[in-house]
Ligand binder design. Sequence first.
Ligand code: UDP
Length: 470
Amino acid sequence: AEANPKAHVVLLPSPGIGHLTPLATLAKRLVLNHDLSATIITFSDLSSGIQQSLLSSLPNGVTSVSLPSIPLDDLPTNTHIVTRLSIMISRSVPFMRETLLTLQKTRRIVAYIIDHFGGETLSLASELGIPRYIFCTTNFFYLSFLLNLPSLYHDNHNPNQLLFLPGCTPLHPKDYSRSAIDKNSEVFAWMLRHSKHHDQVDGMMVNSFEAMEGGPAKFLKERGNGKPPVFSIGPLTCDSSSDTSQAESGLCLQWLDKQPYRSVLFIAFGSGGTLSFKQTKEMALGLEMSGHRFLWVVRKPVDADASSAYFNHRHGKNNPLGFLPDGFVERMKEKGMVVPSWAPQEEILTHDAIGGFLSHCGWNSTLESIVNGVPMITWPLYSEQPMNAVMLVEGAKVALRPTVMNNDQVVGKEAVADVVKDLMEGEGGKDVRRRMHELKEAAMKAIGADGSSNKALAQMVNKWKTLVFN
Ligand code: UDP
């Protein structure tokens, strides 16, 4: 077949909207700003309305191809999400081979781009002679941690000792990525494999920027020693309006239009985050005690697993709010809006009625808050979220965290009310708001026309464009 001369990139986001969003955004930038074409490969089993609307919002030049179903029903139901993702990806290799071979017939593939979990497919790309890249959908802090994983538990590691990663805020073991707590677990074994894959690529791109994490960024960029080069290209946020034709999405924005400037706290826990029954009640009562306005994306509580919504989205209609305290919705109808399961977060964070964001600290949510200058309250639940919280509270100092944790790990209503009041009206809130504003300015600079992130991406693209294939 006649070869398509346009340089083409293939991206494999691991399953989950938090992975698809940044990789799709990268594809979009490469196509719109750098004259490449792109194919995004997706996992059909997790295809949701949200995924579909994201994919259909992409410009011409970004094509998506869905892999056939990859059943996981032989795995025990309590299998950790990292293990699930990893197994799904390793089972995808035969399909990936077919897909890449087909694309290669008509495209000049200059880069194969995966995220933290896609390493099982790298040998396939090398076999086909395609340069390999990892797009770290998290940050330099997490990347440092992940690269350090093989040595983490050597030398009689003391679980009470702080971990000093070069250039990073010291990290207490309780804040390690949740997937790396138990070194004897299956999920830890997968994390180790993923860690090692990060040395087998031609380059790494990180969705972060130097003004946020100068220390680890400098260290990772200057490692040398044959290690893959590292580029900061963030913050990349999706910046496309989601489907607000859906009744619930539209209602949130209409409600916000009626609220005073910076008066509303937005509360959301990403695509998978779920609170326990008890915590949901305390959260509700704490919001009520705080006296502040709020917009809360509420999910049906689950006691066992804070990531339970990840592989199991349920939106809207089948999610009655009976688990909230008696009369709560009615009492709060002037001050609060409760949205079941999912809300148009990016648009909400841009709205000038929003004064703060209580977040699970997923990295996309964090970046979306930063680019809108919205100060945060950290509420990490799983994965690397506790590390992001440490970085936001102790490193960048753009977030507050609730102070009281009871023995049962539930944050009581008083602590919720205190931290909400501090953010929305207190001295702590003033400080973090000011610094968040500065961070936003720095972020805008990094992604501006002459910004460091923009230049780094252009540099990489130029290299791809000059690649010659035999
Ligand atoms: N999101 C949304 N509405 C919601 C919850 C999440 O639009 O009600 C979006 C959010 O804007 C972000 C993504 O879903 O882009 C979640 O990614 P993140 O990395 O924050 O968390 P994860 O879902 O991976 O835990």
